[in-house]
Design a protein around this ligand. Sequence first.
Ligand SMILES: [Zn+2]
Length: 278
Amino acid sequence: MTESHLRADIVEVGRRLYARGYTASNDGNISVRLGSDRLLMTPANVCKGFMNDQMMVITDLDGNKISGERKPSSEMQMHLEVYRQRPEIQAVVHAHPPVATAFAVAGIPLDRAVLAEVVTTLGSVPIAEYATPSTKELPEAVRKYVKAHDGMLLANHGALTLGSDVYSAYYKMETIEHFANISFVARMLGGERLLSREEVIRLQGLRGRYGIAAPAPICAEPDGETLAQDCQVVFAPPSIGGERLVPDRFSGVGADEEIRLTYRELTALIEDAVKNLK
Ligand SMILES: [Zn+2]
């Protein structure tokens, strides 16, 4: 891939991000590897929907500018961190797609086993802890998740995706926003019915067959926070005797949490229980 092709691809991906409303104003940034020791990056203070291929900045892997008239993206440090941690990654996309960003604002990770395709490709989409944009803290927050994930939310900020080329990173951004939209509507409709743990393991087995190079395996039985660095934590209930068991933590109500019922709901519950006894 020549440098002029890469510049054209960044322009095109910037247009798509802006056209789909994944960025507003000058938000977002895109970078690709240019050979082994340089990066081609979007400039600061430019709307990603209206770039031309001469606007890009070339930097080394420490972020020193090599060429280009403009300043590199203010989130350059976050991109550099990704390239340092993941030598195989060729491109990084950062945007603020509204529904996924709303999950990031609400503090709700996209880590439930809901859509087979998302489980197979991304595994889970965790939330990197909040850090002030364009400071050193943001790459530090991202570092924890970047080894095991190709896509993540950034708390109270947006989303970050990585890929083997700029289109692959962009499509992961689309997948995350699509997944967020579906998850949101499903919750409005009463909540997602999760895939079983066994199904998640089966889906993981398909990765090899479809040539999906996931950075880490899925762990469907998470215990503790440290796992997020080594595997993709996907919440999926075990199935017993073909029945999907849905423990409290998957239903959205904790075992000791207080819930309120109307008199009519309570009566209906008691009537049901009595009926089952008969
Ligand atoms: Zn941002």
